[in-house]
Design a protein around this ligand. Structure first.
Ligand SMILES: [Zn+2]
Length: 162
């Protein structure tokens, strides 16, 4: 079977077994921003279930303009007040440079490589907390997920002052 027909056939089994979630608002008022890395099962890692959280993924789990666009909607339209930014060990964006990533991809882009997880998380939390339009957000946490142990490192936390 081709890759695509495998997906379609898996979907038939899934559709017949699944439960419907009617409410589009995440039940835990939560959004997770994380890396696209295939080793991260976001829902299992954090004990989440269908309908409970938004999951926004990109290379590195960095705060890009598109993540900000999604979080503006998550927070204003869909009731999200808590964001977790979750980077991970052995990330392809760690320990490389923009110049190297531009060279191997041929793409003239800012890849947001990660030198140090704590510093990158602080930088990304700073971006989130200084956007006026993200004022509905009350709590933001920055974690690093260890892809070998499956454990989280609780690196940085922010709560909106009351
Ligand atoms: Zn990664």
């Amino acid at each position: 079977m081709t890759q695509i027909s495998l997906l379609l056939s898996a979907n038939e089994a899934y559709a017949s077994a699944r439960e419907n979630v009617a409410d589009p608002r995440p039940g835990r008022h939560l959004a997770i921003v994380t890396c696209m890395d295939a080793r991260i099962d976001v829902f299992a890692t954090l004990g989440l279930h269908l309908g409970e959280a938004h999951v926004i993924r990109n290379a590195g789990g960095r705060i890009t303009d598109d993540v900000l666009r999604s979080l503006a909607l998550s927070s204003h339209v869909l009731g999200v007040d808590t964001v977790v930014v979750m980077q991970h060990t052995k990330c392809g964006l760690a320990g490389v440079t923009d110049a190297y990533l531009r060279e191997i991809t041929g793409a003239d882009l800012g890849f947001l490589p990660i030198d140090d997880h704590a510093a990158a998380l602080r930088e990304d939390l700073e971006l989130l907390t200084t956007k006026d339009y993200l004022s509905p957000l009350k709590v933001i946490a920055g974690f690093v997920y260890d892809v070998e142990s499956g454990l989280l490192d609780d690196v940085v936390r922010w709560e909106r002052p009351t």
